[in-house]
Design a protein around this ligand. Structure first.
Ligand SMILES: [Zn+2]
Length: 336
């Protein structure tokens, strides 16, 4: 043990006491793409006691260019990212409790999935879930570290509930899907997420060892231009989250959509629906679409889009990344 961490305990910011604190730490990483794999590998190697990794996706070849924990065998074996990450990291450091969870993080499960965590790390590719993390962080007083990377650009910010401005103070609403480029449209080169993931890891270490130099700015980098900026973020006086209104966590904003990165599909969650009767829905859709269903899912096609609906009201619309189209079709054919 001592040998394993000797170079880290020699570092003044950590020391033996810091190492002990890392060993007692429990972090939850949400999203295991480029950022998530960098953060996870760094924290497991650093000896953080417990690391939970949550991701809903499988690994594809275009992930290997930047998602450092995965290899071609994982793709051949059809492994979800969370499981492949767990398998690799258990071999890296068997003294860390590594737990991979394959799940879509949403307002119905995020509190359970992050319960008891010292810290949440953002490895996501969408804003909606970040607002959800922000809500759960403020509500349950769990610090979190935002990170995002696209093209040659990256940003990170540390949110300590009650101390720093929150993510919604900085970014008040979910940007409209067409305004925000994604890795699927603008591309991304590995140095951008590698640096941002590394900055997030350093913040995670500081929070866990209770250092007093947490970064309080938004850091923005451009690895192609070689630039690095600190931007001051002020608390926003009308920020709903800071005032204790957790709109995302409460599922208030009606239909929830998420573009499934790289799959040309959008997932729609409907807070109000609950137990759907496929028999009734099929009867309702019969005049407009060819419908098939079994006890697990119902499928139909409208305007060249296949929609797969699950009994809890969740739906996946294929052949588009347009979230407003998905929301519209869902509202039209299933009902919001
Ligand atoms: Zn705020």
């Amino acid at each position: 043990m001592i040998n394993r961490y000797s170079r880290q305990t020699l570092f003044g910011g950590i020391g033996k006491e810091g190492q002990r604190r890392l060993g007692n730490g429990y972090v939850v990483i949400i999203g295991c793409g480029a950022l998530g794999t960098i953060i996870a590998t760094s924290l497991v190697r650093a000896g953080v006691g417990r690391v939970r990794i949550i991701d809903r996706d499988f690994i594809e070849y275009h992930n290997l260019q930047r998602q450092v924990l995965f290899d071609e065998d994982d793709i051949q074996n059809g492994l979800p990212k969370a499981i492949a990450a767990e398998q690799h990291l258990k071999k890296v450091n068997s003294s860390v409790e590594v737990e991979g969870i394959v799940a879509d993080v949403n307002y119905t499960n995020i509190e359970r999935l992050t319960s008891g965590a010292d810290l949440i790390l953002d490895g996501l590719d969408n804003f909606e879930t970040r607002f959800l993390i922000n809500d759960v962080s403020l509500k349950n007083k769990i610090p979190w570290v935002y990170g995002g990377a696209i093209s040659s650009l990256g940003m990170t910010m540390t949110i300590i509930p009650g101390e720093t401005p929150c993510f919604r103070c900085f970014c008040s609403a979910v940007p409209r899907p067409k305004v925000v480029p994604t890795c699927d449209t603008a591309g991304v080169i590995s140095p951008a997420p590698f640096i941002i993931g590394s900055l997030q890891t350093a913040e995670a270490m500081k929070i866990l060892v209770k250092a007093n130099n947490i970064n309080r700015d938004l850091i923005a980098i451009d690895v192609w231009e070689g630039t690095f900026h600190h931007l001051k973020i002020s608390p926003h006086e009308n920020c709903p989250a800071c005032q204790g209104r957790y709109e995302f966590l409460e599922g208030e904003s009606g239909l929830r959509t998420t573009s499934l990165c790289g799959q040309n599909a959008v997932q729609v969650l409907s807070p109000g629906v609950g137990d759907l009767s496929f028999e009734e829905l099929a009867a309702r859709l019969k005049p407009v679409a060819e419908v098939s269903y079994n006890e697990f899912m119902l499928r139909f096609t409208v305007d060249n889009h296949e929609m797969v609906v699950f009994p809890d009201g969740r739906a996946i619309l294929r052949n588009t990344t347009d979230e407003s189209l998905a929301r519209g079709l869902y509202a039209k054919y299933i009902g919001a």
